[in-house]
Design a binder for this molecule. Structure first.
Ligand code: GLA
Length: 387
């Protein structure tokens, strides 16, 4: 979704600050309907881009500086393009520096530029504010060079920036859907081949995103630990079948055969991933057929597995999921994103969405004492320039 108001204001602010006319690039956040913690196991995910976006306004400078501002985030940063920091600085500009570093590694000639960033994606809510700033930055920086990369390559280089520069070993899901999302659809993405299929979201359904208002920080430990546990699981399973390259290659039958030979924690992590891949393919089919009961069942199973086997849920997320049960128009929900706080995603019939928002907020507040935020979303198009 382009937001002409937002773009107009950003344009104005850019001109006031830097004195010339920018080009503006937008990249959206996302919700993931199902397929959680499967992307870095070469598996399947089914996310959709949403309207919350990050905007990057850019214009060339005559010198070799990269000057970075934002109206929401603190600090004004200026870097010499020929001496960019080699390690992360711990500031939000790391997402931009990381992308600049990876673009340069790929032989793309960067120019001095002024950047003004406007972010509207709630930070730390698990809606991929990081991927959005990376993708919008990549498009913006590339617009000043002759470089033309396909969006799939943009997603890959943004992920690399986050892995190597920012230090979060995330998978490809967020950057991919931020680049290639499609209005009205979720993407069934094969994270190994990067082939995807658009899965239409039935037109009577809203994506209702409920923010628990508890925060997680992916860059700190737990996410990377889960990844290591999956890698350890792959190493064990490979001993019995050398063709296994990632948990994606493990069938449920094979896993069950060897489950008792794995350390208990590793066995739980592998069980989640192997079953979640299956659930994701099944959910794509069920959504296509309009079998919403089946979708609801799979989403609930996904949540329970993330809670009990993968252990990335938390009390607030569990309460939010339980609070949706039985509300009019509710057609399935679960935690979405990395976990440890953040949001749940719910499929709710349009006509019930407002009431759903009010009632789930009440139920959640009664049990946790926390006032949540609820966003009524639709699936939107991926990143691009705003003209
Ligand atoms: C975060 C990461 C994604 C993915 C999810 C969990 O959002 O950025 O790559 O691993 O967690 O599914």
């Amino acid at each position: 979704m382009t937001n002409p108001m937002k773009a107009g204001e950003l344009n104005q602010h850019f001109q006031t600050r830097f004195g010339n006319q920018p080009r503006i690039f937008r990249a959206p956040g996302r919700v993931n309907l199902i397929g959680e913690h499967t992307d870095y196991n070469d598996g399947y995910v089914m996310p959709a881009a949403v309207a919350f976006s990050t905007y990057v306004a850019i214009a060339a400078r005559p010198d070799r500086k990269l000057v970075i501002h934002s109206e929401e985030f603190p600090g004004r940063f200026a870097f010499d393009l020929d001496h960019l920091p080699e390690k992360r600085t711990g500031e939000w500009c790391d997402y931009i520096l990381g992308v600049a570093a990876v673009l340069r590694e790929r032989g793309i000639d960067l120019q001095g530029a002024n950047l003004l960033v406007h972010g509207e994606i709630p930070i730390g809510a698990g809606l991929s504010s990081s991927a959005a700033i990376e993708v919008a930055t990549a498009l913006a920086l590339m617009s000043l060079s002759a470089a033309q990369l396909p969006l799939t390559a943009v997603a890959q280089l943004c992920r690399q920036a986050e892995n190597t520069f920012v230090g979060a070993r995330v998978g490809i899901m967020d950057q991919f859907v931020s680049c290639l999302g499609k209005a009205g659809h979720s993407l069934l993405l094969d994270c190994r081949s990067l082939e995807f299929q658009l899965v239409q979201i039935p037109s009577g359904l809203s994506l209702v995103v409920c923010n628990t208002m508890t925060r997680h920080d992916l860059a700190t430990g737990a996410y990377n630990t889960r990844r290591e546990e999956c890698e350890a699981g792959t190493r064990y399973l490979k001993k019995w079948n050398p063709a296994i390259r990632a948990l994606r290659d493990v069938s449920l039958e094979f896993l069950e055969l060897h489950l008792q030979d794995l350390p208990a924690t590793i066995a739980k992590r592998c069980s989640h991933v192997v079953r979640e891949n299956r659930r994701t393919l099944d959910a794509a089919e069920a959504l296509t057929e309009g079998n919403l009961d089946r979708v609801a069942q799979l989403m609930l199973q996904s949540h329970e597995s993330l809670r009990d086997l993968y252990e990335v849920s938390c009390h607030e997320l569990d309460v939010m999921v339980e609070s949706a049960e039985g509300l009019p128009g509710f057609c399935g929900g679960r935690m979405t994103g990395g976990g440890f706080g953040g949001c749940t995603v719910n499929l709710v019939r349009h006509e019930n969405a407002d009431e759903f928002a009010t009632r789930i907020s009440e139920r959640y507040r009664n049990r946790t004492g926390i006032s949540c935020q609820v966003y009524l979303c639709t699936a939107e198009d991926g990143a691009g320039e705003i003209t």
